[in-house]
Design a protein around this ligand. Structure first.
Ligand code: NDP
Length: 424
């Protein structure tokens, strides 16, 4: 009996399949995970074990060892709070190029406990007064600043003076003036400066950025997003203006601002803002409870966003284009992001929900920093990216005060370094 070829798909069906393939990030079987997106072209050590799954299954990834310890880039972690202890220090184990080699903390007993756990020498524990002695520790190449926002500028400048590269948590600082000081200090010391915008290194965000770049959504019309959390203790630094810089706007609203800029590659020309400061609530004596804001972009795109410290956790973004929509819900989270999209292809409403492999966003972000330090190249989420968010935040506050739209000049220099290599 002769083998029979399946009939060629109708042109509309072929167009639909092509769309699905592109939307899925190039995977040959579009409704399966684009496994290649998890793999990276820069691996130094991979071990391919014999396959154990049926050939029809998603291909198994080779085991990745990363660099041997002696070749890894050494990081000092500054400030041992929730983010450092719960996310960043554990994430070193999932990096390929990084190792934690020093700690800076105001609480020596806590730092000793953490150092023992991660095999960091007791001699590599510093306090804030002794921070500048990092200059004498050649094992430290990168200082990762995980302090309250109001301390980012001071410790970035001191780290640069100590000859170290800086990875700084978001928001970069409390003001445009501080951001500029940080950029200048790193540039004078010829050190790299990166803002820890972890979402920019996360596969769902990167795939959505690619859908936009490849015009799968058509012409972008609207970006809608919320990032809200519900805070308690009125005594915490996030509610003190000097340490936090503001309320939810610089803390979590910044994800909406950075998200629309990163995904679309556009910069706003005008912003409008409005804030709530309820009287009588001790949490909001110094900072706002909530903010809503609109960013207008030169292409006609608008971003309508909301952020709050008084609403149950809610994090999503949705991009609406002339020919399709896409959303991340949740967005901005550490894990379990869900990307969905739809458009009409070949006369049919076509939905796609790619299921990409989970990655550790902090590990990805730190590996990017390590690679840029080794290559002596500007990081993708550079200091200028953080500065641009701060310019927008200040304009939103100004608009909330004046009740008017506030115009923004387009940045004079590129805000990001070269993108990380495409994966897969
Ligand atoms: P925490 O309050 O949990 O920790 C901050 C740590 O900073 C403290 O534990 C303390 O460490 C040190 N510190 C030094 N001076 C002070 C001070 N005056 N007041 C309070 N703490 C001080 O904050 P987070 O870890 O949640 O946040 C730290 C930074 O990380 C912030 O900039 C925040 O915006 C950012 N962040 C980023 C996230 C992301 O997803 N990228 C998520 C959460 C936060 P020690 O006792 O060791 O001195």
């Amino acid at each position: 009996m002769q083998d029979r070829c399946p009939p060629a798909p109708a042109p509309q069906e072929e167009q639909r399949r092509r769309f699905l393939r592109r939307m899925a990030g190039g995977s040959l079987v579009p409704w399966l995970p684009a496994a290649a997106l998890a793999a990276s072209p820069d691996d130094t050590a991979r071990i391919a074990l014999p396959p154990s799954q049926a050939p029809s299954e998603v291909p198994e990834k080779p085991s990745e060892l990363g660099d041997p310890p002696a070749q890894r880039v050494g990081f000092a972690v500054v400030g041992l709070g929730r983010l450092s202890l719960d996310e960043i220090l554990p994430a070193f184990g999932q990096t390929r190029h990084c190792k934690a080699v020093a700690l800076v903390s105001g609480d020596r007993a806590k730092a000793q406990k953490v150092a023992r756990h991660y095999g960091i020498a007791e001699t590599a524990i510093y306090d804030y007064q002794g921070f500048d002695r990092l200059a004498d520790n050649p094992a430290v190449q990168v200082v990762y600043i995980v302090l309250p926002n109001g301390l980012h500028a001071e410790y970035t400048v001191r780290a640069a003076r100590a000859g170290k590269h800086v990875l700084c948590e978001k928001p970069m600082a409390n003001s445009v003036a501080e951001c500029r000081q940080m950029i200048d200090a790193c540039s004078r010391a010829a050190r790299q400066l990166m803002v820890a915008y972890r979402s920019q290194y996360e596969p769902n965000n990167r795939l959505l950025q690619r859908w936009v770049q490849e015009k799968h959504l058509g012409r972008l019309k609207e970006f809608i997003s919320t990032n809200a959390i519900h805070l308690g203790d009125p005594g915490q630094w996030r509610l003190k203006k000097a340490l936090a810089g503001g309320g939810p706007l610089p803390d979590v609203g910044i994800y909406c601002i950075n998200g629309v800029r990163f995904l679309t590659g556009e910069e706003p020309s005008e912003v409008w803002g409005d804030i709530d400061r309820p009287t009588g609530d001790p949490r909001f004596r110094e900072v706002e409870e909530a903010a809503r804001f609109v960013l207008r972009f030169p292409s006609g795109l608008r971003a309508t966003c909301h952020t709050s410290y008084g609403a149950h956790r809610s994090q999503f973004l949705r991009l609406l284009g002339s020919e399709g929509w896409a959303e991340l819900d949740p967005a901005y989270a550490y894990q379990n992001l869900r990307l969905r999209g739809a458009r009409v292809v070949g006369g049919q409403e076509t939905h796609l929900q790619p299921s990409l492999p989970e990655v550790n966003e902090f590990a990805k972000e730190m590996d990017h920093m390590a690679q840029r330090v080794r290559d002596n190249q500007r990081p993708y989420s550079s200091g200028e990216d953080g500065l641009q968010d701060q310019r927008i935040i200040e304009a939103i506050y100004e608009s909330a005060r004046s009740g008017r739209w506030v115009k923004l000049e387009q940045p004079s220099n590129p805000v990001r370094g070269a993108p990380p290599p495409a994966e897969g």
